[in-house]
Structures are given as structure tokens and as C-alpha cells.
Design a binder for this molecule. Sequence first.
Ligand SMILES: *Cc1c(COP(=O)(O)O)cnc(C)c1O
Length: 362
Amino acid sequence: MLPLIKTSIPPRETLMPRLEEVLYSGYVAQGDVVEQFERKFEEYIGGGHTLSLNSGTAALHIALILAGVNEGDEVISTALTAEPTNVAIKMVGAKVRWADVDYNTGNISADSIEKAINSKTKAIIVVDYAGIPVDVKRIQEISQKYNIPVIEDAAHALGAKYNEIKTGNHFPFTVYSFQAIKHLTTIDGGALQIADRDLYEKGKVIRWFGLDKKLSRLDNDITYQGYKYHMNNVNATIGLVQLENIENIIQRYIDNGRYFDEELKNINGVELIEYYPNTKPSYWLYTLKVENRDAFVKMMSENGVIASELHKRNDLHTYLNDYPTELPNLDAFYGKMVHIPCGWWVSDEDRAKIVKLIKSGW
Ligand SMILES: *Cc1c(COP(=O)(O)O)cnc(C)c1O
């Protein structure tokens, strides 16, 4: 079966000597290698400050804290995402206020965000779903107009671009995940890309129990809640090796995505996703809207290709559904959406086969 997601680990000859070195170096905790990984990641993103962490969920949690979200506040979010996006809102004691998606893209709708804003709104989380950048321009405008910070959950969108500039540079906080199935994996891990230097310094303290690593343990005085969220030298070593080849890996997702954009045009029963102006997706998944989805999934599966929705819409989770909301665009989108394999493991033959299957009907 051709899978929808697959873990990418560098070749043994490249990775193992570096791993062996760090494992027996006597220093496997957070040290210089973590620092090196952060500086390299900043270079890759092309701006901001990288706070490396042990998960993307930790990055969401710290972003919400740095954005000043407290108990009883509200955060506007989308239900079309992986659960951590919205579970993190509950971690700071805030409530999730749903905005609808844009039917053409599956991403959070700027109009719907604006309608959902009220006096309790303290942050907006936007997700570049499946690697498709959000409507950056309009969301930046809303953020400025109402003075509400935006957290971009770019766990699906490493290497995606707006105006030729990578995700990580468009909002005060951008979240990355290095979990097993993401574009770049450190096995587990994450990063929060932070625009502001002072908030970055505060983030470092929050990720380490509220302790400042620049001071000795005895000189430290904890004045607010911190967590154990830091990355370690072992995961950072894997991250450094991954970064050496990340452009090639992501380019293969993009090449496959663009191939599908061209080849799946004008097919009966298929609607393609649209992209916002001046955006370049990094196609973590390739999403289609199809008529008669169950039959589509069955036909693909009978021919050796996995197709699926992958995520459950988050408003169907009782604990996350603080304010049950009519989401007509999401209803329409979710009723038809399906992902097909698009990543680095999809060969030229595989993608040609997928197109042929879809053209043959279901
Ligand atoms: C994977 C993912 C996360 C969380 O990342 P972890 O590293 O698993 O904590 C957050 N948001 C989205 C959209 C994700 O896909």
C-alpha cells in the first residue's frame, strides 16, 4: 500500500556516526548541540528566533502563554486541524471559539475570524492545513485592526512561502512540530519561531521550569510557572542532520503537489483546493474534494493507494467544543475532503498511477 504519511530518516552512514558521537559524548541533555540546531533552523527560516522544544504541542502552549492568554480568555481557532492545536488552548485554561473555514482552501476564514472576535478574544490560532499557507495578508490586517496576536500553527507547513518568504516570518509566533511524520522529524520535537527578542528570552525560561539557564541554580528565583519542554542534544543532532537535506525533501513534496495541481484539473467529481495569492504550499498532504468519497477511498485502496480524511474535525470532541457553532463551510468541505499521498516517497510512477486511477473514475 502506498501510505499517506511516512517517516523520513537520513541514511545510516550519515546519521549513525553523528548519533554515536553525541550518545557517548557524556552530554546528552540540552547543551551546545541544541544551540547549534536553533541557529541552523533560524538560518533555514530566514528570520526570527528559534526556541527548540520537545514537541509542537509545547510550542503551542508557550506561544499562548507569551501571547498573554489566561484562564477564562477566548482563543479563536479552526476545527480542521490535528487535536494539539486546540488541546493547547485548554492547557492555559482558555476557551476555544471556532471560526469557520474558507470552502475553497480548507483554511480558517478571515471573515469568520472577524465575526468571532469579542472582548474576551486574546489570540487567534491559524493553521496552514495540509501545508497550504493561510490568508496571511487579511489575517495580518485583522490582527492589527483589533490588536490581537496571531499564532501560526505551521506544523504542516515547513518550507511553505508567502511573498517568497518562508512561514515563520509572518506572525509573532509560528509553531513547528518535528514529530515522526512531519516534513522534518527529530523523532519527537518542536520549535516556536518568535519574532520578538525579549519574548524569546522569556520563552527560554518557561521551557526550563521557570529557571534562567544564564544564572547559576542558587542565583535563580522562579517568579512564574515554567515547564520541562526543552529539546536535548540527541534530538538536536538528528535535527541538524535532517536540516542538511531538508530542501531536497520538501522540494519532492512540492514537485508532487504541483504535478497533481496540473494533472487533476477538470476531472468529473473532483474539485481542487485553491491557494491564496502569492502563496506557495509545501504540500504535506495533497487534499482533494471529491464526490462520493467513500467509493473514492475504496477504489484507491483496492488499487494499493491510501486515501483518507486523516483528521477528525475537532468540534466533534466534547472537551474542545466550548461554544458549539454552526460551521457550514466546514460541513461542506469536510463532507468531500480526502488526502492522497504526495510526500518524498511518492515516485514518478506512483503519482502517474494515482492520476490514472482518479481519471478512470470510482
Ligand atoms: C503534529 C501537529 C501538532 C503537534 O505536534 P507534536 O510535535 O506532535 O506535539 C500541532 N499542530 C498540528 C496541526 C500538527 O499536525
